[in-house]
Write a protein that binds this ligand. Structure first.
Ligand code: SF4
Length: 610
């Protein structure tokens, strides 16, 4: 078996039973691995209508076909489950080192079922797999948990939840290697609902590759391309993803104060250049990554911690009217410690600030917390993060995310979400294709499952007019399918700064065998996207949820380079559905599902149309 390890762990936490099953290679190849294989497993084994925090939901961790293989950025793994935040599919991935070490244990996927009667963690040392007591780490932060468990299993890697996941925060994350996060969709709460604190891995297995010489050549060729690319080879290594702050702001699509504005004169205070000059201690790279976009920074108290990504700088920064790196860096560190999704955490505070600004939230509701909800109060945000993580005081409301918060005040329009998940750091009123990506995204408000910023702002693989409508739906569809491929084979999305579809075909085939060509690999991505859509339809998320917050459709951007624009979703949506081969109601047709080899799931299309 090439690329894949050939084994799946099934862990029933209710029965404390661990089984090792053979991987179905044909299925793994058809769905590529990681995201695709996990989604296929979830829809086959879990009723999409299940309560996400009940023992009947399953929590799946899967490595990609190339995870751990000697190709660039092969450290990624994916968490797949039903999301307690959106009620639909949750697909959250992360880098660092954990994914490669998991694969080295000789496994491709773990399926957690049921619920433990008390806190436990799973240890995997090759074929020695044990469910162990986790009472001593329950309540601990991710760093404390990692340190304690690494003392118990030397040289291991730790994936865990923090107090936010234990407290079932709907915006809680899964953290690995202390500061890397599978962040979105409230996946930490699913682990918490199962009393599963951590998964500790230590492996000695090697990946069997199809053609070693070819892998070497293909890999060095791709590394060369990435090193010579201006973004992957210079911008990201020098400044991290924070390099985007000035770029996005200069285009007038940098959301400020919960998307009330889209441009700020203060961007440079929180830019990548400023982060590098004043706070950067060193760069950090995930497993086998030649790009090294990760940051390690110094906090105001002198401690050295993992640094923030662009999205985090925005969510705790401009979105809350804050331009203070000390506060942003600390809020980022606290999210890692408590196990919170930094995008949703910051954006929820921003929504709360707007609810306060408009008089929905009254002083008496928050005075017991001793924290303000004033725009720009940098001292308050770290306090709110702690309270969210512990579900304390008003923090308990924030821990449910901005949609449920705003809805509880009768003002859901103030939540800048799609499918109840907070939007990231790009105002789609000035980036029309990216708005489609947000609206139709299977996992809710999301930037990375179809990063239209590449063509519309950065010019990859070609520069598109960001305000034009023509052709954008079909373009976005291709980005969705390509991203499903990259996620599922287990590589980092940032390789798209330089690499294209054919490069992924070459890497996959060199490692796994000559299975795919350009057309069929992209079609595998399309298959995965359609399956996720079917899961959502059966879960009750119809295409009427393919929408954007009212503000983005009706309120023109008030100032800056994108002044006067709104998003034209209603004109673009029918074209997107047509490009997908879906009917006018946004439901995959039988013909499309047959073309993609998804015949066994046609029942979900019929049910959605009934
Ligand atoms: S580019 Fe950044 S996120 Fe991607 S693998 Fe490299 S260090 Fe990790």
């Amino acid at each position: 078996m090439y690329g894949y390890m050939g084994k799946v762990l099934r862990v029933n936490l209710s029965k404390r039973k661990i089984e090792s099953e053979a991987l179905d290679l044909k299925v793994a190849q058809k769905y590529l691995g990681s995201r695709g294989l996990g989604v296929k497993t979830l829809i086959d084994e879990v009723n999409p209508k299940v309560d996400p925090l009940s023992p009947d939901n399953k929590f799946i961790i899967a490595a990609g076909a190339l995870t751990g293989a000697p190709v660039p950025t092969s450290g990624r793994y994916m968490v797949i489950t039903k999301s307690p935040l959106t009620g639909g599919i949750a697909i959250a991935n992360s880098g660092g080192k954990w994914g490669a070490d998991f694969k080295a244990t000789g496994h491709d996927m773990i399926i957690f079922e049921g619920k433990a009667d008390k806190p436990v963690y799973l240890s995997i040392e090759d074929d020695r797999v044990e469910i162990r007591d986790a009472a001593h780490v329950w309540g601990k932060t991710s760093e404390e948990t990692t340190e304690i468990l690494q003392n118990e299993i030397k040289d291991s890697k730790v994936l865990c939840i923090g107090p936010a996941g234990e407290n079932l925060s709907l915006i809680s994350a899964v953290i690995n290697d202390v500061d890397r996060a599978a962040g979105r969709g409230g996946v930490g709460a699913v682990m918490g609902s199962k009393n599963l604190k951590a998964v500790v891995v230590k492996g000695t297995n090697k990946i069997n590759v199809f053609d070693e010489e070819r892998v070497k050549n293909v890999s060095s060729q791709k590394i060369k391309i990435l090193r010579e690319d201006p973004v992957a080879g210079q911008g990201l290594p020098s400044y991290g993803t924070a390099i985007l702050v000035n770029i996005i702001n200069e285009n007038g699509v940098f959301p400020v104060k919960n998307y009330q504005e889209a441009y700020t004169d203060n961007a440079d205070l929180i830019s990548g250049e400023t982060l590098t000059e004043k706070y950067l201690v060193r760069k950090n790279a995930c497993f086998r990554c030649p790009i090294a976009c990760g940051r390690v920074v110094k906090l105001a108290d002198g401690s050295i911690v993992g640094g923030p990504e662009y999205e985090t700088i925005w969510s705790f920064g401009a979105d809350c009217g804050i331009f203070d790196y000390n506060a942003i860096n600390e809020a980022n560190m606290l999210c890692n410690e408590f196990g919170l999704d930094t995008i949703s955490a910051g954006a929820t505070i921003a929504a709360a600030m707007e609810l306060y600004q408009r008089g929905y939230i009254k002083d008496e509701e928050i005075e017991g917390d001793g924290l303000s909800l004033n725009w720009g109060d940098s001292k308050a945000i770290t306090g709110w993060v702690k309270k969210m993580g512990l579900k304390e005081g008003f923090g308990a409301k924030l821990a449910l995310g901005s949609y449920r918060l705003a809805e509880s005040y009768g003002a859901p329009e103030i939540s800048m979400t799609v499918k109840k998940q907070e939007l990231p750091a790009y105002d789609p009123r000035g980036i029309q294709g990216h708005g489609i990506n947000y609206a139709v995204n299977n996992r809710g408000g999301c930037h990375i499952k179809g990063y239209m910023i590449n063509p519309e702002i950065l010019g990859y693989p070609e520069k598109l007019d960001r305000l034009a409508l023509e052709g954008k739906p079909a373009y976005t569809k291709v980005f969705h399918d390509l991203t499903a491929v990259i996620d599922s084979i287990g590589l980092c999305l940032f390789t798209t700064f330089g690499l294209g579809l054919h490069d992924y075909v070459e890497m996959y085939n060199a490692v796994c065998g000559d299975i795919y060509n350009d057309e069929t690999l992209l079609e595998a991505g399309e298959r995965i996207w359609n399956l996720e859509k079917l899961f959502n339809l059966e879960a009750g998320i119809s295409s009427s949820e393919d929408k954007l917050p009212k503000r983005l459709l009706e309120e023109p951007i008030p100032g800056g380079p994108s002044k006067g624009h709104v998003h034209h979703l209603n004109e673009l949506l029918p074209e997107y559905y047509a490009a997908r081969g879906w009917n006018k109601e946004g439901i995959p047709t039988e013909e499309t599902l047959k073309r993609l080899g998804l015949e066994e799931y046609i029942k979900y299309s019929r049910l959605a149309q009934a």
